[in-house]
Unconditional design. Structure first.
Length: 133
């Protein structure tokens, strides 16, 4: 895994320019063309997947297996987004609204109920819409 480093600069008159130590800020777990997937992004998506499995009362696989599955999905998503950007594919608001409505209906919820459920699960509605887009 590659490491993304930032330099922590010591502040204050007593320390001056002394002791500039690198500090681990983030880890890169995968590179998809010119884009990266970070450990934080993988952890957030894995937690989201675990919450969704619990909500549906489905037994989650071992953490390592789930992380691998989530990482594979993230790589696929990034590749698809890159292809869409390269080809100029765009989703307008009406298409997005309809897709979100269909997802709510598939879950046998009204749009308002679906939004509340997402937010109770720690997923902001606008973030969900961005991911659907």
């Amino acid at each position: 895994m590659r490491r993304l480093l930032a330099v922590a600069l010591a502040c204050g008159a007593a320390q001056g320019a002394a002791a500039q130590q690198p500090v681990l800020v983030e880890r890169i777990v995968a590179v998809v063309n010119k884009d990266v997937i970070t450990l934080t992004e993988l952890a957030e998506r894995t937690e989201l997947a675990e919450r969704e499995l619990r909500r549906r009362r489905i037994a989650a696989p071992e953490r390592a297996t789930l992380e691998r599955q989530v990482l594979e999905r993230l790589v696929l998503d990034k590749a698809q987004l890159q292809l869409a950007a390269e080809t100029g594919l765009r989703v307008d608001e009406l298409q997005l609204d309809r897709a979100v409505q269909r997802i709510a209906e598939t879950n046998k919820l009204t749009l308002a109920e679906f939004r509340r459920t997402l937010e109770q699960d720690g997923v902001p509605f606008e973030r969900f819409r961005a991911e659907v887009r």
